[in-house]
Design a protein around this ligand. Structure first.
Ligand SMILES: *[C@@H]1O[C@H](CO)[C@@H](O)[C@H](O)[C@H]1NC(C)=O
Ligand SMILES: *[C@@H]1O[C@H](CO)[C@@H](O)[C@H](O)[C@H]1NC(C)=O
Ligand SMILES: *[C@@H]1O[C@H](CO)[C@@H](O)[C@H](O)[C@H]1NC(C)=O
Ligand SMILES: *[C@@H]1O[C@H](CO)[C@@H](O)[C@H](O)[C@H]1NC(C)=O
Ligand SMILES: *[C@@H]1O[C@H](CO)[C@@H](O)[C@H](O)[C@H]1NC(C)=O
Length: 393
């Protein structure tokens, strides 16, 4: 990891040096100044403590990359850098332009190591069992940033790097597990290729168990990764079901002592799964949607005094109401949706009296009204469907 940091530092220094020079040039591009010679500059450089090896410096330039790097390191002190920028103002326009070209070429040659290289370093660090915890965390944090672009996530997956990260889910250190889940979730987001690869490692089962962690942060990241892995992924959703992921969701939604963030994420995932079902009508509906205990754990959330959670629960119920497996009579009789919606209406009216909550409460109330209408509509259709055959007899 130190290698990466050194590369980053050098690159930054070069950019600073480069910008410093082009600023000086811009100010003076009209020319007409008394410029100093390269010799003067060398003298000034010595005075200000800038280290430039004699053989490295040709006409105030640098003959080698090494020299350039030494110069950049020597200029790491901001005061020195500023002085160096002022020195450059004494150069002729030609010299400045030449310098600038040299610097451009150097920056091109030096370039940051490619993301692929950085990911490779991080992964081989992780793959080393004698790596310190601190370095392990740092490697995972690097990967967290590196896997954001979809191409990088794909590369990391192809090179087997994500397998190494998935292995970290079983680490004894909670922070390592948390970071590994975060990396896997970030890499899998909206990426069917990576989703498939990560699902192939068996990480989903481990992640589902991790949501039970006593560390809220670890649980939150694990649930994030679970969602990212199965979102719009039918195969992933089937695995999720087979691994009893719905029981985990149910436990989280019902457990009042859990962090509210976790419960919000859980009900959001329920809505997401239902939405995916609505979009894929040819896929047979997951059995969880006809599980009355599961449905009740969603409905019960609208009684929890947290507008965000209530809103997400209402959104989920609204989508669930579009599914064939969701019996409106079960929602009414077993889940008590009718009374829950009525109680919520009163509670929202109270919230609307509070100036700070009014706008949000009004939005949630409008959603609540919508859910009530859809629910009654669906109940009515069921009743009339049942009534028709008997009327015909
Ligand atoms: C840049 O050059 C102009 C003359 O064109 C001069 O007046 C000015 O002082 C110079 N700027 C700096 C920052 O030295
Ligand atoms: C991790 O290390 C093992 C040996 O301990 C090696 O076989 C494997 O290829 C390494 N994996 C990666 C991705 O570097
Ligand atoms: C693993 O890490 C240790 C300590 O950082 C280091 O000495 C060793 O060379 C590394 N092993 C490999 C195979 O990179
Ligand atoms: C989570 O913990 C609860 C209680 O400790 C347990 O009943 C449940 O089986 C656990 N769930 C998972 C998925 O490990
Ligand atoms: C609810 O969560 C708390 C805190 O994580 C846990 O200790 C407890 O076992 C959970 N209760 C149930 C019924 O799973």
């Amino acid at each position: 990891m130190t290698a990466i940091n050194i590369f980053r530092c050098m690159f930054l220094l070069l950019v600073i040096a480069f910008v410093g020079r082009s600023t000086a040039e811009r100010v003076n591009s009209s020319g007409g100044m008394v410029w100093s010679t390269a010799r003067d500059e060398a003298g000034l450089a010595e005075d200000s403590g800038v280290v430039i090896g004699e053989q490295d410096q040709i006409d105030g330039g640098f003959s080698s990359l090494d020299g350039m790097l030494h110069w950049a390191i020597g200029n790491s002190d901001p005061a020195t850098l500023k002085e160096a920028a002022q020195d450059s103002q004494k150069m002729s326009l030609d010299e400045l332009q030449k310098r600038q070209l040299e610097l451009k070429e150097l920056v091109e040659k030096l370039k940051m190591p490619s993301d692929a290289k950085l990911m490779q370093i991080a992964v081989s660090d992780l793959n080393n069992s004698s790596l310190s915890l601190e370095d392990r965390h740092r490697a995972l944090q690097e990967l967290l940033i590196l896997v954001e672009p979809i191409d990088n996530a794909n590369d990391l997956s192809k090179s087997g790097g994500l397998k190494v990260v998935a292995g970290e889910l079983s680490h004894s250190d909670s922070d390592t597990r948390k970071l590994a889940a975060w990396v896997l979730g970030t890499a899998s987001q909206n990426n069917p290729f990576v989703q498939e690869q990560v699902l192939g490692t068996g990480a989903l089962t481990t992640l589902i168990k991790m949501v039970n962690s006593s560390s809220t942060e670890e649980a939150v990241k694990a649930l994030f990764a679970v969602s990212a892995l199965i979102r719009n992924n039918v195969a992933g959703q089937d695995m999720f079901y087979a691994a009893h992921g719905y029981i985990m969701l149910q436990d989280v939604m019902r457990n009042e002592s859990l962090d509210i963030k976790l419960r919000r994420k859980a009900v959001f995932l329920v809505g997401d799964l239902a939405e995916c079902q609505v979009q894929n009508t040819e896929k047979s509906e997951l059995p969880i949607f006809s599980d009355r205990v599961f449905l009740k754990s969603v409905v019960d959330l609208i009684a929890v005094l947290d507008l965000d959670l209530q809103e997400k629960a209402l959104e989920a119920i609204k989508t669930l109401l579009q599914l064939k497996s969701v019996e409106p009579s079960v929602l009414r009789d077993f889940c008590g949706l009718e009374e829950a919606l009525e109680r919520m209406k009163l509670q929202l009216e109270e919230s609307m009296a509070d100036e700070n909550k009014r706008d949000y409460a009004e939005d949630v109330e409008s959603l609540r009204g919508e859910v009530e209408l859809i629910f009654h509509g669906k109940l009515g259709r069921v009743i009339s469907k049942k009534a028709t055959p008997s009327a015909l007899i």
